[in-house]
Design a protein around this ligand. Sequence first.
Ligand code: AGP
Length: 365
Amino acid sequence: EAAEKGGYDHYMLKEIHEQPGALRQTLSGRVDEVAGDVDLDVDLSSEVLADVEEIQLVACGTSYHAGLYARRLLEEFADVRVTVEVASEYEFTGGRDPWETLVVAVTQSGETADTLSAMRKAAKAGARTLAVTNTVGSTAAREADDALYIRAGPEIGVAATKTFAAQVTALSLLTVHIGRRRGALSSERASNLLENLRGLPGAVQQLLDASERLEAVASEYVDEDAYFFVGRKLGAAVALEGALKLKEIAYVHAEGFPSGELKHGTLALVTEDTPVLTVLTEGARPKETLNNVKEVESRGAPVIGFSSYDAAANYLDVEIPIPDLGALEPLVANVGLQLFAYHVANELGRAIDKPRNLAKSVTVE
Ligand code: AGP
């Protein structure tokens, strides 16, 4: 087993570090930056997509957070109506012709019972379905009309890490595919997004190179009452994911939500013993988020910022710089949140790869 961990103490840490390579695989052979287009092996032609009125993303846990990220990308770059729903809450509400709805099941394993059941509900109603999955031959891949593989390689740690990054990357490619075929995305804008995708593995590597710093930050803030994760827009999706990671492997109370919601309740819980981790990057409305950061800072909460926004520096106790990467900056920030969660859990001596009460693939509803 030690050999399989490749010198890392845990599969989770190994898989966090595998992200640059995994993302290169996700992108491999699929990107034409010059033409501003992608080549995905899916049966979603311009004719089919012209009829699509709404895209419904269904997923659980981390995959749901990838769906939240993708919703904003699809809205912004493909100009299409999108809903995202936790699979166990999903009820099919399609257009008059069910084929006007494309239902995208996002599932690493392709075996999550809640997600399969949502997908089946949609298919039964006549909707077109697409599975975005890591697992070739999985139930989701076999049952959906189409499958888009994220190609992250096997993930052993119960906590999803590299597969989240690969899901968002694959969904970004899908966004370009749909945007171009619906005539909503110019080749210039597409090229720009694709250029950022090409830069993603290198940017993630930069965060991984700051791993020791995050280990030190984690050990400074290991013993706190609770942790809040906040951001806006794409940063809100990442905030939810950062909190989930910390909860599941460190067994500490953490909450993630859009930063604008702080003042509507949670601010009452903020003290000098509740660190606030925040995403202050492009795609995460950093100016507005900073206003919320000031609210917690003035109440003495330590603020850890994953930031490409210079104006924030004075308000942060810890600043982790995020390289320029447009709409993908929050995804890079997420790697920092993964490392923070990992090192907090490690300091606490938790069973990181197999957290209590949890399974890698949840096959019951
Ligand atoms: C993530 O760290 C969790 N282990 C969990 O939330 C997971 O993402 C969820 O169960 C969905 O799994 P799937 O992607 O295989 O469908």
